[in-house]
Design a protein around this ligand. Structure first.
Ligand code: HEM
Length: 141
């Protein structure tokens, strides 16, 4: 899916995030719920307005999964299989929500990494996250 150089770019950006999964993840979720309120429908159990602790906790889990994907770029399907099952068959998250999360993630990366998140980096991350979403939504069939 990604060339060796693209993979190196993904890893380079990930090195700036690793260790900060919870705050990055919380901000990602907050942006997702704010910009696309319909996504909150899947998180009703967190209440109308998820608090900081809930955002940090779930945000960390989501970003840690992205970290797993970064470490298994050559074998995404196997690495994410249980997560794909969960989203398709248990949570039944509509696949149209994944591009929304991908977009919000890029905005969060751009706002924090600024100059380091170059146009080239953004293009590579878009490709990587889209590939991730493909793997996470292909069990729906
Ligand atoms: C749960 C990752 C996209 C809704 C999870 C979990 C992870 C995760 C790691 C926890 C799994 C566990 O507890 O075993 C991801 C990744 C995504 C993604 C990496 C995309 C790149 C989405 C989207 C939605 C969504 C787009 C809906 C808008 C949920 C819900 C849960 C969940 C409702 C259960 C929350 C809970 O148990 O409190 N996701 N997810 N996910 N995800 Fe996702």
């Amino acid at each position: 899916m990604l060339s060796a150089q693209e993979r190196a770019h993904v890893a380079q950006v990930w090195d700036l995030i690793a260790g900060h999964e919870a705050p990055f993840g919380a901000e990602l979720l907050l942006r997702l719920f704010t910009v696309y309120p319909s996504t909150k429908a899947y998180f009703k159990h967190l209440g109308d307005r998820p608090d900081e602790v809930q955002l940090l906790s779930h945000g960390q889990r989501v970003l840690e999964a992205v970290g797993v994907a970064v470490r298994h770029m050559d074998n995404l399907r196997a690495a994410l299989s249980p997560l794909a099952e969960l989203h398709a068959h248990v949570l039944r998250v509509d696949p149209t929500n994944f591009p929304l999360l991908t977009q919000c993630f890029q905005v969060v990366l751009a706002s924090h990494l600024q100059g380091e998140f170059t146009v080239e980096m953004q293009a590579v991350w878009d490709k990587f996250l889209t590939g991730l979403a493909v793997v996470l939504t292909e069990k729906y069939r």
